[in-house]
Design a protein around this ligand. Structure first.
Ligand code: SF4
Ligand code: SF4
Length: 322
């Protein structure tokens, strides 16, 4: 079983001295009833957010560990791989054929799931311009044996390894689309991404939002990491996959009880015009920053354990038929 080091958490004063005067929950639009674009808050260029110094502090905490260095090196190599420019002649195919090719190529390059949805204006983070109309979403699953060590080094290494895999898939897809004469841009999910990734992933059928603020997928549970490609290639979109995870989260308290800084609430909240599960940013961040990205909430989620999602999906479906 994953560890749940639920003891009183006292944040490092050095980190707390860097906290801005503004609440991250306010930046995220907690309590706001109007739909709007989100504001940069984390994993962006530090100058774009008042939490920039906290990000810099987080990166400075990376432990001197050989496994960590190896995955970071591998990710740097991935990022340095060249993506050739768009070929001068644009290939034409029916949307059905492009769609099945994109899914095939994504899987061949390491994706566990590939989904497609139409871009919505509220998914583009303020200050960025993303004109492409379609989002190709890529999901890769973390290894549960590594994830369950959270918040220790093996889980943090696994997070970087999987984001690296996501980057490789999104870059491979982008290279292939360029070779067909169509424009595309790769957004590996681990930094400087100008769009939100969870909302398009929900829209294209990757699963539902869990109480821990991450996706719960019917096959891979709470182990997914995301990447994306935006493009105007003609593609057919996927449907959202609603299998009533909410019913389960309403009764389960595993992540709520395990979260050391009590950042996970028991009720949904209004965030930028949508009522949804929301993790308290101001409470989560100090623990996250001092514990290599934490991920305890994902590790303790019953849906993360191999073999469990299939059973739970079946049980929930049976209940809904009654
Ligand atoms: S990642 Fe944040 S919300 Fe999840 S358990 Fe850790 S501190 Fe809590
Ligand atoms: S741990 Fe329980 S409440 Fe939290 S996201 Fe998973 S199923 Fe939902």
């Amino acid at each position: 079983m994953p560890k749940s080091p639920k003891t009183e958490f006292i944040p490092n004063p050095e980190q707390m001295a860097l906290m801005p005067d503004v609440s991250g929950n306010d930046i995220n639009g907690l309590g706001e009833t109007e739909v709007r674009r989100s504001s940069p808050i984390y994993w962006q260029a530090p100058e774009l957010t008042p939490f920039g110094p906290l990000m810099t502090w987080f990166y400075a905490q990376v432990p001197d560990d050989e496994r960590m260095k190896a995955v970071q090196q591998h990710r740097a190599e991935t990022m340095a791989m060249e993506i050739p420019p768009v070929a001068p002649v644009q290939q034409e195919r029916p949307a059905e054929e492009w769609t099945s090719l994109i899914k095939k190529i994504g899987k061949e390059n390491g994706a566990d799931i590939v989904g497609i949805t139409r871009m919505r204006p509220e998914w583009v983070i303020e200050t960025f311009d993303v004109p492409q109309k379609t989002v190709i979403m890529v999901a890769v699953a973390m290894d549960y044996e590594e994830l369950k060590t959270a918040p220790d080094i093996p889980a943090a290494v696994e997070v970087i390894r999987q984001y690296d895999r996501g980057h490789r898939v999104s870059r491979a897809l982008t290279r292939w689309i360029h070779a067909q004469g169509w424009e595309a841009t790769s957004f590996g999910g681990s930094g400087n991404v100008p769009i939100l990734l969870i909302p398009p992933a929900l829209a294209c059928g990757f699963g539902e939002l869990g109480k821990h603020g991450s996706i719960i997928n019917r096959d891979f549970g709470s182990t997914l990491r995301l990447a994306a490609v935006v493009t105007d290639l003609p593609l057919i979109t996927d449907e959202a996959d609603i299998f009533h995870v909410d019913d389960f989260c309403m009764k389960c308290k595993a992540c709520e009880n395990a979260c050391p800084p009590d950042a996970i609430g028991s009720a949904k909240q209004m965030v930028r015009g949508v009522t949804k599960w929301y993790v308290n940013f101001d409470k989560c961040l100090p623990f996250f920053n001092e514990n290599m990205g934490c991920a305890i909430c994902l590790a303790v989620c019953p849906w993360s354990r191999p073999g469990v999602p299939e059973n739970l999906v079946r049980k929930i479906a049976k209940k809904h038929k009654k």
